[in-house]
Every structure is written in structure tokens, then in C-alpha cells.
Design a protein around this ligand. Structure first.
Ligand SMILES: Nc1nc2c(c(=O)[nH]1)N[C@H]1C(S)=C(S)[C@@H](COP(=O)(O)OP(=O)(O)OC[C@H]3O[C@@H](n4cnc5c(N)ncnc54)[C@H](O)[C@@H]3O)O[C@H]1N2
Ligand code: MOO
Ligand SMILES: [Mg+2]
Length: 401
């Protein structure tokens, strides 16, 4: 049986490039940029007034003028009002473009306004104060986001600011999430006492949405000929098949055999790990990649995050994060020589250490703790007794914090 590291290497060798596409920028959250995003103008595009008040020429204040006649009021978006004598000022609002005849802004809090005059109450000013100067943040044509960056909320705002209404992003693989098993009913159906709902399919679909990937869902009965026909169709129509269930030793676990009959080359079956030991992985002659994950919900979840998500990230060109590590926060022991993925809750100690507290469950059929857990702690196959305070690799599946 291969190790976790070998399985990972085999999967990473099957990374594919799915090309690029253009999308309206509002539809790109979670997608990966395929080109640099540049400013179309300086940022800010003009000398932007940063406080509500008046704008004066600093020179006039420096030579003793304290009371300024208000030449006019300039709102944000108005064309600039120019002063024409040393005792004049412009009443001006935050966001207005500073007129070239003035160079310093004084906020209302430091003024007394009456009869069309503004009297300065303070003794010292800095030339150029309260002005966000043109191009200070970025110059025209400068890069504000680089290719391979995931579009986040701030990036959507930046695209809007620079007028990039269409963004070129990495295309996502056409993906189908397939459940197998006659005990499974859809969420809208009423399960009999011997049936359960197809929760894996929805869990997998939800995980993929983080990258904007909208997978199709399909259920196939435990019937060899149906399985063969439906999988054949999927292998032609999709880039990726994610199956859950039907890959172990059961009499009705037809998936591995049927996949091989359909010319999907098996690259491995079974990994030295718990949960997720029966994991099957292969590629179709036509190019489709097949992740056949074990049906137990804890196994499906773990294999998805430990193998599929890093593969997808690599396909999309997302820079691989350096491994993250956490401190085991209580003793844990585990007998067989398998790499153990322990569900943990993460928190950061007063010393700034990332602590991983085990959430012990009832094996991979128990997924009740996953809602509360933050990550898997990867305990090496070589050990069996793991002590509080030891440090291991951690695979977060939620935001830390
Ligand atoms: N004789 C052996 N039996 C089993 C072994 C073994 O080595 N020898 N391995 C066990 C391990 S480990 C796992 S994991 C499971 C994997 O089983 P399969 O991948 O064949 O999955 P199924 O048999 O179809 O189902 C297992 C379990 O998961 C539930 N399931 C399946 N699909 C879904 C879904 N979409 N949503 C929710 N739950 C699902 C299913 O009802 C079963 O309870 O095999 C062990 N057996
Ligand atoms: O892989 Mo199984 O998930 O150990 O139960
Ligand atoms: Mg089975």
C-alpha cells in the first residue's frame, strides 16, 4: 500500500491547465486571475482633498493671513474653483479635486466661519496637509494584483476602481460529484429506517464553491450496468469526476472494476492512512481525472481536503502554501501503522502558538464533529503515541481564528 506522500505525488503529477476565460468582474469572487490587473489612471487620480474644510495657499498663511474670504464652495465631483488673491480660500469637501491655485487644506474643526469668511484658529499648519496626492498609492499602469492571485473582496473593489469590467481568469474544470449506494436518498426525500441522505455530495459541492466551481450532482444506483453507462457518459462530458462510496470490499462496491473496464487507468487504490484507506485514483484515456473517495463521510471530507483541493489549486496556478504546523494540545495514541488524520480545533495561545485540540469522534462514519473542527492534524505512520506539545503538520479546512 502506498504512503500519503506517494499518493500526493501521483496526484500532483496529473495537474492540468484548463485554460482561461473572460468574466464580468462581479462574477469573479474566488476565481484565479490569469493576468495582472493594472491601474488605468493614477491612484488617486487627482490631488484628493482628505478633510472637509477650506483650501488655501500655504504661502498666504505663512506670511500672516488668518482670515480668508470664501471664493466659493466646491463639492466632491465639482470642477475646481481657483482663488485669485492671497486672502481667498475655497470651501472644499473630502473627495474634491484640489484646485491648482491652492496647496493646503484646513479642516472645519480648526476654523470659525461667519459672513462668508473663514478664520483659522490654529497657529501652525503643514504645507500640503490633508491632501492625498495624485499617484501616491499607485502610478498609472502599475500592477495592483498579479496573475495567479485569487480574487478576494478587496480585489473586486479594485477592479471596479480601475474600470476593469471584464477580468481574465483561469477556467475551472467541468466537474461532476457522483454518489453511489442504494441506501442513499436525496435530501428532499423521506428516508426509510434503513436509508440515509446523500450528504457527501452536498458537502463536496459546497467545498468546491469556494473557488467558484459549480459542480453537477449525480446519483447512480449500485447496479453494474447502470454504473458503467452513466460513468462512460461522465468521462466524456467532464474533466473531473469525484465519486464517493462503492470502492471498498463490499459485494456491491463496483466502482473500481467498472472504472477499469471503461479504460480509466488506476494510478493507485488504497493509501496507508486513516480515514480514507480505500481511496482510488485514476485517469481516463480521454483525459478525465477520477477521484473515487471512500464513502464514509469523514473519509470523503478528509480526502477531498488533503488531495483534491491541493490538486485543484495546482491546476489553477495558486501558489502552494508552505506547510502549516500546529502543537498537539493533548496526548493522543493510535495503533496501526497508518498516517492518522486527527480532527482538531485550532486556537492561538497567549504565546502566539497554534494549538490543535483533538475532537475525538467515532471513526470515519462519524462526521458530527466536522462542523466544529477546523483542521486535520497529520500524525505520521511511524509513531503510535503522540504527546502533548509535539508539533505536526496541520491541514486547515476553515479560516483560522
Ligand atoms: N471488509 C472491509 N470492509 C471495509 C473496509 C475494509 O478495508 N474491509 N474499509 C472500510 C473503510 S476504511 C471505509 S472508508 C469504507 C469505504 O467504503 P466505500 O467507499 O465502499 O463506501 P460505501 O460502502 O458505499 O459506503 C460506506 C459508508 O458511507 C456511507 N455513504 C456513502 N456515500 C454517502 C453519501 N453520498 N453521503 C452520505 N453517506 C454516504 C454509506 O452509507 C456507508 O455507511 O468501507 C469500510 N469497509
Ligand atoms: O477510510 Mo475508512 O474511512 O478508515 O473508515
Ligand atoms: Mg463499501
Amino acid at each position: 500500500m502506498i504512503s500519503v506522500q506517494e499518493a500526493e505525488a501521483i496526484i500532483q503529477a496529473q495537474v492540468r491547465d484548463f485554460g482561461t476565460e473572460q468574466l464580468p468582474f462581479e462574477k469573479t469572487l474566488g476565481r484565479v486571475l490569469a493576468e495582472d490587473l493594472r491601474t488605468d489612471r493614477d491612484l488617486p487620480p487627482f490631488n484628493r482633498v482628505a478633510m472637509d474644510g477650506i483650501a488655501i495657499r500655504y504661502e498666504d498663511f505663512a506670511t500672516g493671513t488668518r482670515t480668508f474670504r470664501i471664493k466659493g464652495t466646491q463639492a466632491a465631483g465639482d470642477s475646481p474653483i481657483e482663488i485669485s488673491s492671497p486672502d481667498e480660500c475655497v470651501e472644499i469637501m473630502t473627495g474634491a479635486a484640489l484646485p491648482p491655485s491652492v496647496d493646503t487644506v484646513i479642516r472645519y474643526e480648526d476654523l470659525e466661519l461667519h459672513d462668508g469668511q473663514a478664520k483659522v484658529k490654529i497657529d501652525a499648519l503643514q504645507k500640503g496637509q490633508s491632501i492625498h496626492t495624485q499617484g501616491k498609492d499607485r502610478k498609472q499602469g502599475e500592477v495592483v494584483a498579479t496573475a495567479n492571485q485569487t480574487v478576494n473582496v478587496a480585489l473586486v473593489g479594485m477592479a471596479a476602481a480601475v474600470g476593469a469590467t471584464q477580468l481574465t481568469v483561469k477556467k475551472l474544470p467541468r466537474t461532476v460529484v457522483i454518489s453511489t449506494g442504494d441506501e442513499l436518498v436525496d435530501v428532499n426525500q423521506n428516508p426509510s429506517p434503513y436509508q440515509i441522505r446523500r450528504s457527501n455530495s452536498y458537502m463536496v459541492k459546497a467545498a468546491l464553491e469556494k473557488y467558484g466551481l459549480q459542480a453537477d450532482l449525480l446519483h447512480i444506483a449500485d447496479d453494474q450496468s447502470q454504473l458503467k453507462a452513466r460513468l462512460q457518459d461522465c468521462l466524456e462530458r467532464y474533466d473531473v469526476l469525484i465519486l464517493s462510496g462503492g470502492i471498498s470490499m463490499g459485494k456491491f462496491d463496483y466502482v473500481p472494476q467498472v472504472l477499469e473496464e471503461l479504460a480509466v487507468e488506476k494510478l493507485f487504490h488504497k493509501v496507508q492512512q486513516r480515514p480514507g484507506k480505500p481511496f482510488w485514483f485514476g485517469v481516463h484515456a480521454g483525459g478525465a481525472v477520477v477521484f473515487a473517495l471512500p464513502g464514509n463521510p469523514g473519509s470523503t471530507f478528509m480526502c477531498l481536503h488533503r488531495y483534491f483541493m491541493p490538486w485543484l489549486q495546482a491546476c489553477l496556478g495558486i501558489a502552494r502554501q508552505a506547510g502549516m504546523y500546529a502543537v498537539l494540545n493533548s496526548d493522543f495514541s493510535f495503533q496501526p501503522p497508518l498516517q492518522y488524520f486527527l480532527q482538531v480545533k485550532l486556537n492561538i495561545s497567549e504565546q502566539g502558538q497554534l494549538l490543535a485540540t483533538p475532537l475525538e469522534g467515532n471513526g470515519s462514519g462519524d462526521f458530527s464533529n466536522l462542523v466544529e473542527a477546523d483542521a486535520f492534524l497529520e500524525l505520521p505512520a511511524e509513531g503510535s503515541a503522540f504527546q502533548k506539545g509535539e508539533v505536526y503538520r496541520v491541514w486547515p479546512f476553515k479560516e483560522v481564528g
